[in-house]
Design a protein around this ligand. Structure first.
Ligand SMILES: [Zn+2]
Length: 204
């Protein structure tokens, strides 16, 4: 229970990261965070630990009492939205490209996709966000060690470094707790997208 997840908001109720119950309770005890409930009411350590645990609720049991496990906490003195650099990893490239081959546009399972250097390494291409795309095995073979133009192929869209809200993935991957939804949906719609056409999103 102490290692389960807690969503952390800044003081403007913007989701910024995820932490553990253990750490959240420690910060709560020190007064650096307040617990947020489904009605957006906040509680300091004393008020929170005085709340009775309802049947079926997650709780931390100490010898003297049980404390409800917080699921959302708010940083009292932090109103910024930290910038995160998205790491250049295979997983993140697949995620950026939504598992679509960037040449034929087909969607594939991860294990059926390769990474392709648009400008091949042997031709001076670099391993970077701007030069590496998701590619199906067929297109990868067809392209070989050539530039797309030489192979008569076109990129579905020019690859770029993504700028995701750090929690965009979390929202898509899992909504672990019902109460997170309110805050993650808000975070999601505030994500600065490179392009929202790809997955049919409409940003209003
Ligand atoms: Zn393909």
């Amino acid at each position: 229970m102490l290692n389960t997840s807690v969503l952390v908001l800044n003081s403007l109720y913007q989701a910024i990261t995820i932490t553990s119950v253990r750490r959240a309770l420690c910060l709560l005890y020190k007064g650096q965070v307040r617990v947020v409930d489904a009605d957006c009411l906040t509680y300091d350590f004393r008020c929170w630990s005085d709340l009775p645990v309802q049947p079926g609720e997650d709780a931390i049991h100490t010898p003297s009492r049980a404390i409800r496990a917080p699921r959302v906490v708010l940083l009292v003195d932090y109103d910024r939205l930290p910038r995160y650099d998205v790491r250049f990893t295979r997983k993140n490239i697949f995620f950026r490209d939504r598992n679509r081959c960037q040449y034929c546009g087909g969607r594939f399972r991860t294990r059926d996709l390769n990474l392709d250097h648009v400008v091949p390494l042997s031709r001076g291409g670099r391993s970077s966000w701007e030069n590496v795309v998701c590619c199906c095995v067929r297109c990868n073979t067809a392209k070989g060690n050539r530039l797309p133009i030489e192979a008569g192929m076109h990129l579905v869209r020019a690859p770029r470094r993504p700028r995701w809200h750090p929690l965009a993935r979390v929202r898509l991957a899992s909504r672990r707790y019902e109460i997170w939804r309110t805050f993650l949906d808000a975070a999601y719609w505030n994500v600065e997208l490179e392009s929202d056409e790809e997955d049919g999103l409409t940003v209003q």
